[in-house]
Write a protein that binds this ligand. Structure first.
Ligand SMILES: [Zn+2]
Length: 78
């Protein structure tokens, strides 16, 4: 049981809590299976742009990639 999502760092409470004990609702499907990395990266990039509307898509994707490297799920993978 984690307190934050292994894949994106979102707190595993309230609206973020899905079917998985280690991934938030945004990072897993209805059965608690982790979504593909590219899907999660796009989600994080979108989240960055929601509070930095001037950020362009490719920059936000690059930042999402860097951000994900600090997450336990992706740290040892690429
Ligand atoms: Zn997540």
């Amino acid at each position: 049981m984690a307190t934050v999502c292994y894949a994106c760092g979102a707190p595993l409470v309230g609206d973020f809590k899905g079917q998985s004990d280690i991934y938030c609702k945004g990072c897993c499907d209805g059965r608690g299976q982790l979504k593909p990395r590219a899907d999660i990266q796009r989600g994080i990039a979108q989240w960055f742009r929601s509070w930095q509307p001037n950020l362009d898509e490719s920059t936000s994707l690059k930042r999402a990639d860097l951000y994900m490297r600090a997450m336990p799920e992706w740290a040892d993978k690429g």
